[in-house]
Design a protein around this ligand. Structure first.
Ligand code: AHR
Length: 622
């Protein structure tokens, strides 16, 4: 097979947003994941607002004879009224009432264990009121009580107050917990307990290793915060932007009734915008449009929902002098966020009132913010949309063969009209395992198809991005983690092959072979890109060999002379594995990852070997 590449012309520029990320609060992606908060159910609200309430995963340290605990609506936080009342019945100052070693109290194991590392610092904050003076121990411990980090605090009788302490760990445990204990007879109430590593991505509260993995993909955009999460099964449980901003003590948190877990909403609307900024990605806000899985607000009463969204946009980009711009500034971000894209709902095209309500949102947004690109949920890839839009969502979850064949999906799409946003794609089902090589190759071929069609496809993102391995609500996912480990599935690594495409120039390339069948399992593209840090240009050919036989690919480039090629700066990156269903895992996280080597005989005319079931990138330095 020969790939003829015509580098005579500069080619067509690929949108700078073509390849990006979709972050959804699913699988504990944020709460217990990217958001580095260690405490789960920090305000004791997850069991419901009625008291008595359940307080899981908090649990009692000590027996009934030594301590009683219960929930009361005693908190100073109007939106988080439930607080925990602790009555310590033992007393180390009284020989007849001695407390057990370490005292009695409560502990929180976080999200399936806290990752406490020797030498690292953690800021613990909590609200507390007490009727008498007593000593409190604030500590990270192992499950057996071994202390990893500890501070003893003397507290005086008094009303609710916020306390803050930084603990330095002297030992490591990936399955630690935070405990609040005392050995003094006392009655006290606690609320809004938070534990955060002091070292987070760009200092903004994102778990460093996970944020670094997504930053490494050089995403052009960040779509957030869902997904079905935005809709909710019922509207009462939908994500609401205004409930997720401001000091965490005032965020009520909510139960996500699509993915079935409580979220304290530490990662809220503000944090989505902040993360996009920290990644250098364009933020794309998916907002609830008055539609959930089971309910739709009718158009005659949609007005307040529209107003709510306009205020959300003002929060992101209004001046500090505006009401919601001031709210953003109070969170430490006086400069507006560059919000230029919003999606009106998620997967709602055929739900009642969608199109009628859509028009109300569309008109109001365009009137105040004509530069904002509006994304419709209705697929315009086959026939023209019957309503105005700048982009339309396209979601595809299917098997590997089908996705591979869908590399041609947009070949026949009308070249005029709104652009496609492939905001969710993935191979699912038995071909995917928990993230197989096979799945990633089909996705790679599909992405090559999107690159070739990037005049009509302007954005694409894999879904879902993250899974906490302890609570897998959707399978497969791009990045798997637990309290202390993380790895990319092959679907994550295949995205690395496309990280230089945003803003590059697509140059024309055609495959030729003696028979059509020789091309049946191949997908290829060629781009030219400039790297400001090396000051060099590169030509990158990507090829997916979806077949079970290796292939020799002859590359013939016109428009580049042999003298132009810098052999020392020319590389071949290949991802393949022994078996097509191979996966990565915590024990073998690098089983299926790209391998980079120097390109032998780098030249405009050369041959490369495409192993069976592989994706390859040839990068020629020019
Ligand atoms: O990515 C998982 C889910 O798939 C998303 O929440 C939803 O948009 C789609 O149905």
């Amino acid at each position: 097979v020969t790939l003829k590449v015509n580098a005579t012309n500069p080619g067509r520029q690929i949108p700078s947003t073509l390849f990006g990320l979709f972050f959804e609060e699913i699988n504990h992606a944020g709460d217990g994941g990217l958001w580095a908060e260690l405490v789960q159910n920090r305000g004791f609200e997850a069991g419901g607002l009625n008291v008595p309430s359940i307080i899981e995963p908090w649990y009692k340290i000590g027996t009934a004879a030594q301590i009683t605990i219960g929930t009361e609506c005693s908190s100073p936080h109007a939106r988080n009224p439930v607080a925990l009342k602790i009555e310590v019945l033992c007393d180390n100052n009284d020989a007849s009432l001695q407390c057990p070693k370490g005292g009695v109290g409560v502990a929180n194991p976080g999200f399936w264990g806290m990752n406490i590392l020797s030498g690292s610092k953690y800021r613990v904050e909590y609200w507390l009121k007490t009727t008498s003076s007593f000593n409190l121990s604030v500590a990270f411990t192992s499950a057996n009580g071994t202390v990893l980090a500890q501070e003893h605090v003397s507290l005086n009788a008094g009303e609710w107050r916020k306390y803050s302490v930084v603990l330095m760990a002297t030992s490591t445990d990936h399955n630690a917990r935070l405990s609040l204990t005392s050995g003094t007879r006392s009655v006290f109430w606690v609320d809004q307990v938070s534990g955060m590593p002091t070292d987070t991505f760009k200092g903004h509260g994102f778990r460093k290793e996970l944020a670094t993995m997504i930053s490494d993909l050089k995403p052009g955009f960040l779509r957030f915060p869902g997904g079905c999460y935005v809709e909710g099964a019922r509207l009462v449980n939908a994500f609401r932007w205004r409930d997720s901003v401001g000091p965490y003590e005032n965020r009520p948190g909510h139960y996500g009734d699509v993915w079935y877990y409580w979220s304290d909403d530490g990662f809220g609307y503000f944090e989505g915008l902040q993360l996009a900024e920290d990644l250098g990605a364009a933020p794309i806000w998916v907002f609830n449009n008055g539609i959930s899985h089971e309910q739709s607000v009718s158009t005659d009463v949609i007005g307040p929902w529209v107003q709510d969204v306009l205020e959300g946009i003002e929060f992101a980009r209004g001046p500090v002098s505006s009401k919601y711009g001031a709210m953003r500034a109070s969170m430490g971000h006086p400069d507006p966020f560059p919000l230029h894209h919003v999606a009106i709902g998620n997967e709602d095209c055929y739900k009642p009132y969608y199109k009628e309500n859509y028009m109300e949102f569309y008109k109001a947004i365009k009137l105040l913010y004509p530069d904002i690109q509006v994304i419709s949920n209705c697929d315009g890839s086959g026939a023209a949309l019957d309503h105005p839009a700048d982009l339309y969502d396209y979601h595809i979850y299917t098997n590997a063969n089908n996705l591979f064949s869908m590399r041609h999906q947009f070949d026949k799409t009308s070249r005029s009209g709104p652009k496609a946003f492939v905001s969710e794609y993935a191979v699912t089902g038995s071909d995917s395992g928990k993230g197989s090589l096979l799945a990633s190759l089909a996705e790679g071929a599909f992405l090559i198809g999107l690159e070739l069609n990037s005049d009509v496809v302007h954005m694409a993102s894999y879904a879902p991005l993250f899974v906490n391995d302890n609570d897998r609500r959707w399978n497969p996912d791009a990045i798997v983690f637990n309290s202390w480990q993380q790895y990319g599935t092959p679907s994550y690594w295949v995205q690395q092959f496309f990280k230089k495409s945003n803003g590059a120039y697509l140059i024309s390339s055609t495959m030729e072979a003696d028979s059509a069948s020789a091309l049946a399992n191949l997908a290829t593209s060629a781009v030219r890109t400039y790297n400001a840090s090396t000051g060099m240009e590169y030509m990158i050919v990507k090829a997916v060999n979806f077949g079970s036989s290796a292939l020799n690919l002859s590359i013939a480039v016109s428009g580049i002379s042999a003298n132009n090629v810098v052999a020392a700066d020319s590389h071949i990156t290949v991802m393949t594995s022994g078996a097509v269903m191979d996966e990565n895992s915590f024990t073998n996280p690098k089983k299926v990852v790209p391998q980079v080597s120097q390109a032998e005989n780098a030249a405009p005319n050369m041959q490369i070997l495409l192993p069976a079931h592989s994706i390859t990138a040839l990068e020629l330095g020019l």
